[in-house]
Design a protein around this ligand. Structure first.
Ligand code: SAM
Length: 299
């Protein structure tokens, strides 16, 4: 497909046509470098015919790069002016491409409509590829992974510290509750820094690409550590452990186990976890064992 990607002049022209002054509140930093767009698309290994979800298409830079592959794209944009202009931008630069635009808050998304011509064979998008609004990138990712089981992989651009946290394991300085929660859904890795100069306006933080891959069962479905009830319990324990990360687990988790650190110790031992350890030393598997131990204790 013949597609024209947007350069700096085109981005400025579109913004001025729409009278858009980019806002920090919505994380509006637009990519004006076709090389960066192609790098993101190549990292995500987007194939023709795949259904791709993009969050925050903005003026359409990455959307056009995704469409250039022949993929079907559903783009979810909260800003009504940007959402309304996107179909025309795509028609002008990638005529005939398969795009659906949803004007919505990604945090409230429950399902994703197919793009025109998509067979819907995978029951929804197979991958999320996005330059995410930085202030809500983790909640958006966790929300999508919880709601959209068709997602098998993703490549997202986020603030560098956030990306490092998503991909971190126990023992790392930046390991935190987002690291454990993200690991519930699959494996995360860093896929390279992106310079500030590719954005307009230039952000005051560094950016990084993060790649996500679901673990897949023999039948092709995503392999998760447990069902929705176990996920909720595990995440509540993770929040409690990292909410008081300097405390020993038997103290930090007392509230989760009926207010008693003795009961917490008992459950931690039953899960094979040292009650004097701190939350930052445990991997997802240990948190899941603690959540299961709680289930057994509470019947
Ligand atoms: N993809 C474009 C690019 O690379 O140039 C724009 C990326 S910009 C970092 C983030 C975009 O997300 C903006 O267009 C912003 O309006 C949009 N956005 C912010 N919060 C959102 C939300 N909660 N749901 C959907 N879109 C959102």
């Amino acid at each position: 497909m013949s597609v024209r990607l947007l350069g700096a002049a085109e981005i400025r022209r579109l913004a001025s046509e729409l009278d858009v002054t980019p806002t920090k509140k919505l994380g509006q930093n637009f990519v004006h470098d076709p090389g960066t767009v192609r790098r993101i698309v190549a990292t995500a290994r987007v194939q023709a015919g795949e259904h791709i979800l993009e969050i925050g298409p903005g003026l359409g830079s990455l959307t056009l790069g995704l469409l250039e592959t022949g993929a079907h794209v559903t783009a979810v944009e909260i800003d009504p002016r940007l959402a309304a202009r996107l179909p025309r931008t795509v028609e002008e630069n990638a005529p005939g491409a398969s795009l659906a635009v949803v004007q919505a808050d990604a945090l409230a998304l429950r399902s994703v409509p197919d793009a025109p011509g998509d067979s819907g064979a995978h029951g929804g998008p197979v991958a999320v590829v996005a330059n995410l609004p930085y202030n809500v990138s983790v909640p958006v990712l966790l929300h999508l992974l919880e709601r959209l089981p068709s997602l098998r992989r993703g490549v997202v651009m986020v603030q560098a510290e956030v990306g490092e946290r998503l991909a971190a394991g126990p023992g790392s300085k930046v390991y935190g509750s987002p690291s454990v929660k993200a690991a519930w859904y699959g494996d995360w890795s860093l896929a390279g820094h992106v310079g500030r100069s590719v954005f307009w306006p230039v952000p005051n933080v560094d950016s990084i690409l993060v790649s996500f891959r679901a673990r897949i069962d023999g039948d092709g479905s995503p392999s998760l550590p447990g069902d929705e009830a176990l996920r909720r319990r595990t995440f509540a324990i993770v929040d409690a452990a990292f909410g008081q990360r300097r405390k020993m687990l038997r103290q930090a988790l007392a509230g989760v186990f009926g207010g008693s650190s003795a009961a917490a110790s008992e459950r931690l031992l039953a899960a094979g976890v040292d009650p004097t350890a701190r939350g930052e030393s445990l991997d997802l598997d240990a948190y899941v064992r603690i959540a299961r131990a709680k289930t057994e204790s509470s019947g």
